[in-house]
Ligand binder design. Sequence first.
Ligand code: C5P
Length: 224
Amino acid sequence: CPKLIIAVDGYSGCGKSTTAKQVAARLGYTYIDTGAMYRSVTLFLLQHNILFTDSHAVQDALAQISISFKFNVITGRNETYLNGVNVEDEIRMLYVANSVSKVSALPEVRRTLVRLQHQMGQQRGIVMDGRDIGTQVFPDAELKVFMTADALIRAQRRQVELVDKGQAVALEEILDNIKKRDHDDTTRTVSPLRQADDALLLDTSYTTIDEQIDWVVQMATERM
Ligand code: C5P
């Protein structure tokens, strides 16, 4: 059957990446985490003390950055590489999360990453998760899902994830970060987060991961 492009957009922490990853595995598709790409650029700028407001320096940095994903057979996950270095864990740290909205609002950063994402989707058969995939990157995607969930429930889930990784972070701090990111992502001038007119809404406040995956796979199958 024909290979689809599946766009999964939505708020932070509603299970987008977990769902998108599993949907890709079930369909035999490639999963692309665009949030990891914005996080990688953010990490690079922080590591090199580049001011986000210095657009020349940011342009220079973008020219030096190469981002790729590699499947790790030991951990069983797709991991993010920044200039050949595995940054999968580092980009999930709170200090990166706290700066990523500022970096992802920069037009030159978006232009570069959207171009790269477009190339990554040329082969089709992809599940791409992010904020603007259905609206900007692949407006013609055959299936668009827009995910949302109650902010407190999202914070609680993120806390469990962080604890599993050995990071004890207070719930209020995570909730603040989520609310701030929701606000920044929906109000920024460049590609604000919004549901595409033809995207299907998936509220994950009271659903299990398996229910979410089944539902998206079902929607995909109907479109093949
Ligand atoms: O998905 P994740 O939470 O890892 O994304 C991190 C940040 O990257 C988001 O808060 C958002 O600011 C930005 N982002 C974006 N466009 C995308 C994916 C992520 O602006 N397509």
